[in-house]
Design a protein around this ligand. Structure first.
Ligand code: ADP
Ligand code: RBF
Ligand code: MG
Length: 161
């Protein structure tokens, strides 16, 4: 069955040979409220998921850099969940980005650029919501640390931003 809170989740920070750059409008997601699980995720449209994301990229949890359009916005650390969310058994693939920065307001409708740089782990099923929340918190902490490695910091300096 699913992973419980006492199971250890293995994490990597495998750099992608070919980083993947996606951009598009931030749209409404499942409305399931990842805010309730403490981790809001900015969703890309189905068009981007189906037509822009390389089909060869495995589902899983990734780390990278994200930037919203706008003068005062900078390139920020990000974690990205790609796939079908086995815990929720989604029927549609999604690409959801949590930016490691606090925002005062929502930013639906704004343009976001995302560079996916490293692979952390596969999508997993969990015994309960608590175990999923714990795993997500640990992913965020993991990404925050790993992105400070020079190999990832260098990838932040990209003309795409
Ligand atoms: P939805 O199911 O509509 O994607 P979420 O609960 O995942 O709803 O919340 C996502 C929204 O929260 C984003 O579209 C964005 O407007 C807002 N938001 C606020 N802070 C962040 C953040 N740090 N990272 C991502 N989205 C954020
Ligand atoms: N959903 C899963 O079903 N399994 C996972 O292993 C999983 N890991 C995630 C890791 C991160 C860092 C984030 C941001 C999301 C993850 N999700 C996972 C997706 C989560 O279920 C989703 O964001 C919410 O259901 C809101 O759509
Ligand atoms: Mg979301």
């Amino acid at each position: 069955k699913g992973i419980s809170s006492s199971n250890k989740v293995e994490r990597k920070s495998d750099i992608l040979e070919t980083p993947i750059v996606l951009e598009g409008e931030v749209v409404k997601g499942f409305g399931r409220g990842s805010k309730e699980i403490g981790c809001p995720t900015a969703n890309f449209s189905q068009d981007i998921v189906e037509n822009k994301l390389p089909a060869t990229l495995d589902a899983g949890i990734y780390l990278g850099w994200a930037k919203l359009d706008g003068e005062s916005d900078r390139v920020e650390k990000a974690v990205v969940s790609i796939g079908w969310n086995p815990f929720y058994k989604n029927t549609k693939k999604s690409v959801e980005t949590h930016i490691l920065k606090m925002y005062d307001t929502d930013f639906y409708g704004r343009w976001m650029k995302l560079k996916i740089c490293g692979y952390i782990r596969p999508e997993l099923n969990f015994d309960g919501l608590d175990a999923l929340i714990t795993a997500i918190q640990e992913d965020v902490e993991h990404a925050k640390q790993q992105l400070d490695q020079s190999k990832f910091l260098e990838m932040k300096e990209d003309e795409c931003f």
